[in-house]
Write a protein that binds this ligand. Structure first.
Ligand code: SF4
Ligand code: SF4
Length: 376
């Protein structure tokens, strides 16, 4: 169990190549590549968004990884499904807006736009036994490199290498899974099941510029200056979570993975190669408004359900910024959003607080709020 950390202040492609080459070499990853080996790169393209906003993996990180792998004979295919409909037209638009179409042309890697998917069995799944994934992740035999973005997350607190794999589920099937697994614990267990099915061969987190505040799409860019790499996505996340000041055992996905014996409880328990976690720790990294509700543990058990209801953050639409595009309604697993007179509105009685709407709003018009009693 180990993680590799490299100081990386810019997205200059030459220096990214040097850092990633050192990471791949540290784990002898090139030994697994023969001429013609197909490598699937899985970035985080949660929504069509310019790389400067820090919601998506920067295309230069993916280009640098592709260059390193192609220099050793690999054929590289980039595959991802963000939220919203999963169609060739939507995939092409997302690749273009996120800067991947230009990067693919320059570096000569391929982009997956066929948008096929199928159901796969998860025999070792604890929460689910089947899931639908996009075709490149359903093919045994290819190598998979997970290239995530370092971000906060409204529902799951933290988003890194393991959460990134949710992008293997085709677009509008994601809300279905939110519906089937509405609370953080069951959702985390499903994500770990998915991770155990995909089992990425190598994981990288783009933490050159992370997202702080109301991630994974509504926060602000924050310079962190780190690239994180490992053959274990869990070990990557132990380091990533600590760098942006989460105790990994409060992050539902990492807690679930630890309980299943898939990772340690902290980065302090694994070998850290390159630089130290403390070299990058950002003491004032801002978390999403929905994080840090563990204070409920201080109350008697019988009071917790009522308090939880009162204190759970909720999505709030800023009417003045809403343009009535309906993307939030499309992504809502409970179909609880309607658009009338070009303004969206939420029926809170049915809202499960998954924040899919917050993630998918192209105008960042959906805030995460708490009731004022909690703020007090
Ligand atoms: S996605 Fe955003 S802009 Fe579009 S209807 Fe919903 S709240 Fe309004
Ligand atoms: S309104 Fe938003 S937070 Fe509530 S269930 Fe729908 S998508 Fe999830």
């Amino acid at each position: 169990m180990s993680v590799f950390l490299a100081k990386q202040e810019t997205y200059e492609i030459g220096s990214l190549c040097r850092a990633l080459d050192a990471a791949f070499s540290a784990y002898r990853f090139y030994d697994r590549i023969a001429p013609g080996t197909r490598v699937i790169l899985k970035p985080n393209l949660i929504m069509p968004s310019a790389p400067e906003r820090a919601a998506v993996t920067h295309p230069n990180v993916v280009s640098a990884a592709a260059k390193c792998l192609m220099a050793h004979g690999a054929e590289v295919l980039v595959a991802e499904s963000g939220g919203g409909p999963y169609s060739p037209a939507a995939a092409k638009a997302s690749f273009r807006i996120c800067g991947y179409a230009a990067a693919a042309e320059q570096t000569d890697f391929s982009l997956y736009t066929e948008c096929k998917y199928r159901e796969v069995a998860l025999p070792a799944g604890k929460r689910c036994n089947t899931l639908t994934v996009i075709e490149p992740f359903a093919r045994p035999g290819d190598l998979i490199v997970d290239i995530a973005k370092l971000k906060t997350h409204g529902m799951m607190d933290y988003s890194g290498a393991v959460k990134n794999l949710f992008g293997a589920v085709p677009g509008l099937m994601k809300p279905e899974l939110h519906c089937r697994y509405p609370d953080r614990e069951s959702f985390a267990e499903m994500i770990v099941d998915l991770c155990e099915y995909i089992r990425p061969d190598f994981s990288i987190i783009d933490g050159v510029v992370g997202m702080e505040g109301d991630g994974p799409t509504g926060g602000e860019p924050r310079n962190v200056g780190v690239l994180i790499a490992s053959t274990s996505p869990y070990d990557c996340d132990l380091a990533g979570a600590e760098i942006i000041r989460f105790d990994p055992m409060t992050v539902p996905i990492l807690k679930n993975a630890h309980e299943r014996g898939l990772c340690a409880a902290s980065a302090g328990e694994i070998e850290v190669l390159g630089a130290k976690v403390s070299d990058f720790a950002v003491a004032d990294y801002r978390h999403a408004h929905s994080s840090d509700v563990d204070f409920l543990a201080h109350f008697p058990k019988f009071m917790r359900p009522a308090l939880r209801k009162l204190t759970t953050p909720y999505p709030k639409i800023r009417k003045k910024d809403c343009v009535g595009c309906g993307k939030c309604a499309e992504s809502c697993p409970e179909h609880t959003i309607t658009v009338r007179e070009k303004k969206a509105q939420i029926d809170y009685a049915k809202c499960i607080r998954c924040f899919c709407c917050h993630e998918m709003c192209p105008k960042q018009a959906i805030d995460i709020r708490r009731f004022s009693l909690f703020n007090l």
